[in-house]
Write a protein that binds this ligand. Structure first.
Ligand SMILES: *Cc1c(COP(=O)(O)O)cnc(C)c1O
Length: 395
């Protein structure tokens, strides 16, 4: 068979990574084992020296985990990937591997909450300083560069407002400064965005979201552009210990096989829902990369091959309107997280960001009427009537 990477991504989803087994298993089995036995002392010694290829201990390497990692590395056009226990374990491992005391990071303002917190509250204790900037504006990124800038971390599209950063422009800024660029690609999935093709050095995912896609696993991954960095990343993941286990790897790899058909159906549904919301009298604005009204529509066309299925919208009628929709909507599950086959809906001002207070929320563009929708693969007319009915309840 030719190199899997020469096939189209739909084919890569189905076939990449699968291990050949003596039994001819079609899928990679779950090697649910903590450790692997050596044939004799010499064999054990040569494995530890790295002179022969094989397995020692599951925190270090496991065939089921490796199969999933190889598949996702191929999909993201990276050299290597490292499966982690969660998206946050992946982000933590990335920072701990790349950064040292005295280094500076530039990070998107519109970023997943715990990513902000780990940089702001945790890595500062180890002497790493972060500047949070509006990465929609590449000039603002350039202005934030310091002589000790080691890493630029962007999330695009970003949480929760679905705004974008120009990956290629920011990669140039990073590399000119001698820094690396990492992209959190969770919102797009590799089907619609491959940051390494635009110059990113590292890609991270919460595989909890689209990659697994069935809302039954928490997991993450780091993808490396450059194979030469693999050893140091593997070493630090092995020491930090935030590895994914074989069973969750199996589930993610299983989910991956339908990734392309899932995200395409989700995007098709999301486009129809976004247009419906944009024309609804109780909706002030909609942010969805597939709509021409998205302020960065052109950038989306440049770096994404599809619009994804995350929609942000502001309802007229503030907090009360949001609460009314949340409490009355059918089908859309009232829950955080995203990217699964079931549609989810969330109202930051009354739920995830209620503790922040109105003033700081508005600074972060989290308005009282803002809702966030992750569109699933249900019949789109069922979803539209559920939304229509809930919006009609707003007084
Ligand atoms: C969910 C999420 C994470 C964190 O992933 P976990 O698997 O929950 O640890 C990181 N980034 C983004 C954009 C996310 O949506």
């Amino acid at each position: 068979m030719k190199d899997i990477r020469n096939y189209k991504q739909e084919t890569i989803c189905v076939h990449a990574g699968t291990k050949e087994t003596p039994e001819g298993s079609i899928v990679t089995p779950i090697y649910q084992t903590s450790t692997f036995k050596f044939k004799d002392v010499n064999h054990g010694a040569s494995l530890f020296k790295g002179e022969s290829d094989g397995y020692i201990y599951t925190r270090m390497r496991n065939p089921t985990v490796e199969a999933m990692e190889d598949a996702i590395a191929a999909l993201e056009m990276g050299a290597k990937a490292l499966g982690c226990a969660s998206g946050m374990a992946a982000i933590h491992t990335l920072f701990a591997t790349v950064l040292s005391h005295g280094d500076h990071v530039i990070c998107s303002e519109a970023v997943y909450g715990p990513t902000y917190t780990i940089l702001h509250d945790f890595f500062t204790r180890f002497g790493v300083e972060t500047t949070f900037v509006d990465t929609c504006n590449s000039e603002a990124v350039q202005k934030a560069v310091q002589s000790n800038t080691k890493l630029i971390f962007i999330e695009t599209p970003g949480n929760p407002s679905v705004v974008m950063a120009d990956i290629a422009a920011i990669a140039l800024i990073a590399h000119k400064a001698g820094a690396k660029l990492a992209v959190d690609n969770t919102f797009m999935s590799p089907i619609y965005q491959k940051p390494i093709l635009f110059g990113a050095d590292y890609v991270v995912h919460s595989m909890t979201k689209y990659l697994n896609g069935h809302a039954d696993v928490v997991a993450g991954i780091i993808i490396l552009k450059d194979e030469s960095e693999y050893k140091s990343f593997r070493k630090s993941l092995n020491l930090i210990g935030g590895v994914i286990d074989p069973f969750n790897s199996f589930l993610v790899h299983r989910g991956l096989k339908t990734l392309s058909i899932r995200v395409k159906q989700q995007a098709e549904n999301a486009m129809i829902i976004a247009e419906f919301l944009e024309n609804h009298p109780k909706v002030k604005w909609v942010n969805y990369p597939g709509l021409k009204s998205h302020p960065q529509y052109e950038l989306g066309l440049k770096q994404m091959t599809g619009p994804g299925s995350m929609i942000a919208a502001e309802l007229l009628g503030g907090i009360e309107a949001g609460i009314t929709v949340m409490n009355n909507i059918e089908l859309f599950q009232l829950a955080v997280s995203l990217g699964g086959v079931e549609s989810l809906i969330q109202h930051p001002a009354s739920m995830t960001h209620a503790g922040m207070g109105k003033e700081s929320r508005e600074k972060a563009h989290i308005y009282d009427g803002l809702i966030r929708i992750s569109v699933g693969i249900e019949d789109v007319n069922d979803l539209l009537s559920a939304l229509d009915n809930a919006l009609a309840m707003i007084p």
